[in-house]
Design a protein around this ligand. Structure first.
Ligand SMILES: Nc1ncnc2c1ncn2[C@@H]1O[C@H](COP(=O)(O)OP(=O)(O)O)[C@@H](O)[C@H]1O
Ligand SMILES: [Mg+2]
Length: 272
């Protein structure tokens, strides 16, 4: 099966500075995931993670706070570099790329959705959706076709009548819809979502999940961090992280399954 992405023996250590020697303390792990190592205090956010992400998969990354979920997503998104290990994206080893190459790959291949939406407050809905186009390789100016494409994305997420609104004039759910449209603007193969429903009530969360599910059905690979089980149920595979390692992995549906996810069916049947 063709892989959209693959990480091999990935580690990410954050160096917090020199360790202050404490009488009686040894160099072993004092409490996970912080460890003293060669005189430095290190936070071992990822400690050797290997995962294959087949094209078209929909993965929920779960695990308690501090287990390394966001760090993994940030490495996958090229927002952060691993300390050791390999990251292969669409057949290319991203770990070997320089910053410019990496930012272009990120811009062209990956869409991001965050818990706190990360919209630009001074920009309108349409300008927020257009933003990633400003960072295309070579930085070409936006064409009439680009504007049209963004307009259609705004309509697709149900915000066709809100184009000139600014984020503070929108509900949380509407802001996240803008973020979903923005994530789609470069037609990415992979969408990374960090707690996309974390700030939303459950009905609004389901609307966002329906959008992610539809994007996955189009063949896009979705990697989503969540700590909510009913949200993770929308995915085809659930990975549980613990202390910077993959603790458990379950596949609930085949990669190419395009049938309605269980929570979707449950909600539909509740309406009849
Ligand atoms: N920039 C950073 N500097 C130092 N430590 C960090 C940094 N980012 C994350 N960490 C630490 O790495 C560990 C994993 O964090 P994170 O990936 O954010 O966990 P999760 O998303 O599962 O809650 C935590 O112990 C966290 O405090
Ligand atoms: Mg996190």
């Amino acid at each position: 099966m063709k892989l959209a992405a693959q990480v091999v023996d990935l580690t990410k250590f954050y160096d917090l500075g020199p360790a202050i020697p404490v009488a009686g303390a040894n160099d072993e792990l004092q409490y996970a995931p912080i460890a003293a190592n060669e005189g430095r205090i290190l936070v071992k956010a990822l400690r050797g993670v290997s995962i294959d992400f087949p094209e078209g998969d929909f993965v929920a990354v779960m695990g308690s706070s501090g287990s390394g979920k966001s760090t993994l997503l940030n490495v996958l998104g090229g927002l952060d570099r691993p300390t050791t290990g390999h990251y292969v994206l669409g057949g290319e080893d991203v770990s070997q790329m320089d910053d410019v190459e990496l930012s272009h790959v990120r811009n062209q291949k990956i869409g991001f959705i965050f818990q706190s939406y990360n919209l630009i407050m001074q920009y309108t809905v349409l300008e927020n959706i257009e933003l990633p186009l400003q960072y295309r390789p070579g930085y070409p100016a936006l064409s009439a076709a680009d504007h049209e494409w963004c307009l259609n994305l705004a309509k697709k997420v149900g915000l066709g009548d809100r184009l000139d609104h600014r984020p503070f004039q929108l509900s949380g759910g509407q802001q996240q819809r803008v973020a979903v449209a923005r994530s789609m603007v470069n037609d990415p193969e992979i969408i990374l979502a960090d707690e996309p429903t974390g700030n939303l009530d459950s009905a609004t969360g389901i609307e966002i999940m329906e959008m992610l599910w539809a994007l996955n059905r189009e063949g896009r690979t979705i990697i989503m961090v969540t700590h909510e089980h009913d949200i993770a149920e929308w995915a085809k595979r659930q990975i549980v992280m613990r202390d910077g390692l993959v603790h458990k992995e379950t596949r609930t549906r085949p990669v190419h399954d395009t049938s309605d996810p269980v929570p979707h069916r449950r909600m539909a049947s509740a309406n009849v």
